[in-house]
Design a protein around this ligand. Structure first.
Ligand SMILES: Nc1ncnc2c1ncn2[C@@H]1O[C@H](COP(=O)(O)OP(=O)(O)OP(=O)(O)O)[C@@H](O)[C@H]1O
Ligand SMILES: O=C(CO)[C@H](O)[C@H](O)COP(=O)(O)O
Length: 403
């Protein structure tokens, strides 16, 4: 049996019908095993009746290369919804899934159709579409969006093998993060909102060195070689997805320090597509104007090289966008409230919520610069989008939806 149809038959078509034997988001393992050359899949055609949520999930896509801040972004997003995300309780300790009260985040690496050995044998990288099962990805994201539970495979990053699948129940917000959330048109069309983290080569290199040398004991040469080996497939299959994103966070070297090659001070752009349903771009001072702002002075402490904001309209892959930019870093995070008070359409629930979120996670990477600030803002916009969709379904549009 083809892998995709095997899983299609085992997806649990019981949105609200049931004998509930499983709790919402409970994860179950299946041990039936099927093999094919180059990969190992587990699964079994079993029928389960499970509990379900009446509200169908809102589906969010987050695309980025490996080591580009997806996990950090997801931690900020989950925090905006008020809970901590944890791996499935009692499940596979190497599961890539994170579950909180509101959100379930799955990692699209779980749709690798070739395991580490299989990729090596075939001479393809994990970024290559031939190493991924897009039919299964589509069927399962569609099932979740329809409120049905799925048995999702697990790619084990420790062993490099495909582990037995885990049962995933439809949450309120379903996030698919990884290399290819916008690659397949069918999957792309299921997304209610999409984000691309666009990290420039220089910055990606600096972050990889920091993590893989300091935390994983890799040599500088091996990090360089791994980045170079991935580059052609990254350019061919990952990078082009940014044209479809509703919001792009672009991370570049600073322009405030001439010829900077340290990669510590960053220039970060938040590129927000115009005309996206339930998403009103954030603006600085005056919507639609072009503005440059250097806030350093009496209200904001800035050491060298300072902080510079910019805002204005632009085009991005033929789409009208608004771009908010921050170059530099904060000396004192509590003073961010001064910047926040000059931004509009933030979708905060109270004055200072952005600053509060940033202070809460001051230890996350990027908390003193535009990466943390814009990830937090996008998190708030996603919460707002979710609330608008739910209100719309309930037939009561919010004030924001009427704008
Ligand atoms: N905003 C940031 N500023 C500085 N460093 C960062 C930032 N975001 C991420 N990093 C660095 O990159 C590393 C990877 O971040 P993170 O785990 O969030 O990425 P990821 O895309 O989920 O990675 P992977 O796909 O490999 O699991 C972090 O350990 C940190 O060193
Ligand atoms: O690009 C990646 C996504 O995170 C990984 O390289 C891919 O999933 C393969 O993982 P591993 O190196 O653990 O076999």
């Amino acid at each position: 049996m083809a892998i995709s149809s095997l899983h299609a038959t085992t997806s649990l078509h019981s949105p609200c019908t049931t004998n509930t034997s499983f709790r919402q988001n409970q994860v179950i393992f299946f041990t039936t095993r099927s093999n094919r050359r180059g990969s190992t899949r587990y699964g079994g055609a079993r029928t389960f009746q499970v509990s379900c949520s009446v509200d169908k999930p809102v589906v969010i896509g987050l695309a980025a290369d490996s080591g580009c801040g997806k996990s950090t972004f997801m931690r900020r997003l989950t925090s905006v919804f008020g809970g901590a995300a944890e791996p499935p309780k009692g499940g596979n300790p190497d599961s890539n899934t994170l579950i909180s009260d509101t959100t379930t985040v799955i990692c699209l690496d779980d749709y690798h159709s070739l395991d580490r050995t299989g990729r090596k044998e075939k001479g393809v990288t994990a970024l290559d579409p031939r190493a991924n099962d897009f039919d299964l990805m589509y069927e399962q994201v569609k099932a979740i969006k329809e409120g049905k539970a799925i048995e999702k495979p697990i790619y084990n990053h420790v062993t490099g093998l495909l582990d037995p699948p885990e049962l995933i129940q439809p949450p309120k917000i379903f996030v698919i993060e990884g290399l290819h959330p916008m690659f397949d048109e069918r999957v792309r069309d299921l997304l209610d909102f999409s984000i691309y983290l666009d990290i420039s080569d220089e910055v990606k290199f600096a972050w990889k060195i920091q993590r893989d040398m300091a935390e994983r004991g890799h040599s500088l040469e091996s990090i360089k070689a791994s980045i170079e080996a991935r580059k052609p497939d990254f350019d061919a299959f990952i990078d082009p997805q940014k044209q479809y994103a509703d919001a792009v966070i672009e991370v570049l070297p600073t322009q405030l320090i001439p010829d900077d090659n340290e990669g510590k001070v960053l220039r970060v752009k938040l590129i927000m597509k115009e005309g996206v349903k339930n998403f009103n771009p954030v603006y600085l001072f005056d919507e639609g104007s072009s503005i440059t702002w250097v806030p350093c002075g009496r209200k904001l402490t800035c050491s060298y090289p300072g902080i510079k904001f910019a805002y204005g309209p632009d085009t991005y892959f033929g789409h009208e966008v608004s771009v908010l930019e921050m170059d530099g870093q904060f000396d004192r995070l509590d003073e961010l409230i001064y910047v926040e008070s000059h931004l509009s359409n933030l979708s905060t629930k109270f004055y200072g919520e952005v600053t509060q979120q940033m202070l809460k996670h001051a230890d996350f990477p990027g908390s003193n610069n535009g990466t943390g600030l814009f990830q937090t803002i996008v998190g708030l916009k996603i919460r707002d989008l979710y609330e608008q969709i739910i209100a719309e379904r309930a037939g009561a549009p919010t004030e924001a939806a009427k704008v």
